[in-house]
Design a protein around this ligand. Structure first.
Ligand code: ATP
Ligand code: MG
Length: 203
């Protein structure tokens, strides 16, 4: 099958960007499946920075989203979490994320993992040419969305089928707000963290 570019001797680092408000099993399965199929050495989860402009909804504090991501990934030796987008501040542009990861990781090929919904927006991203010089893009299936090659540079994107988990952070937040359980949608430690910090209660 398609394993993406193969450069002997180079470390293969997956990059999973997201708001992770909260992180859920859909994110974790996507990262795990791509890591296996593409023979990645590691996947780094990168929670986005805090948007300073008012958006249509309140995004939880970066520190809460970061800690939930750490809790969810801590026991997997192939998973790590990076603070680069949070510490840069402001809204996150994928070019900045990839540029920073590139300079922090010598002799490393980057594989940017994105769900079908987000892949569809790639063409609207700025600096498309630079994005594709920084990383190989991997679009994964997501229930409710069609996975299609958005017509990107030849060989720049791989499409991968991952086990279908119809879970979204939006739905998890709505469930907590209603008092419905999120057990088994998010890792146990994340359920307890949401409870401890009283996240999503008044939404
Ligand atoms: P929200 O509902 O707040 O947008 P989300 O569930 O979409 O949250 P994000 O943090 O926006 O989660 O997503 C981060 C990345 O994970 C995106 O590339 C997204 O497409 C992908 N992703 C999210 N949920 C799934 C899922 N269930 N299956 C596959 N990919 C997913
Ligand atoms: Mg989303």
């Amino acid at each position: 099958g398609d394993h993406g570019p193969s450069n002997p001797g180079k470390r293969r680092l997956g990059v999973m960007g997201g708001t992770f408000d909260p992180i859920h099993h859909g994110h974790l399965v996507a990262a795990s499946e791509v890591a296996a199929q593409f023979h990645l050495d590691e996947v780094v989860f990168v929670p986005t920075g805090q948007p300073w402009q008012k958006t249509h909804r309140r995004v939880s504090a970066a520190e809460d989203r970061y800690l939930m991501t750490v809790i969810a990934t801590a026991e997997n030796p192939q998973f790590s979490v990076s603070r680069i987008d949070i510490d840069r501040g402001g809204p996150t542009y994928t070019t900045d994320t990839l540029r920073d990861l590139k300079s922090l990781n010598a002799d490393t090929d980057l594989f940017f993992i994105t769900g079908a919904d987000a892949l569809g927006q790639i063409l609207t991203w700025r600096d498309v040419e630079e994005l594709f010089s920084l990383a190989h893009f991997i679009g994964v299936t997501r229930p409710g969305h069609t996975l299609a090659d958005p017509g990107l540079p030849e060989g720049g994107v791989s499409l991968v089928e991952v086990p279908a988990l119809a879970i979204s952070s939006t739905d998890c937040r709505a469930r907590v707000a209603k008092g419905d359980p999120v057990w088994y949608l998010v890792p146990d430690g994340v359920v307890r963290y949401i409870d401890k910090r009283e996240l999503y209660r008044g939404e």
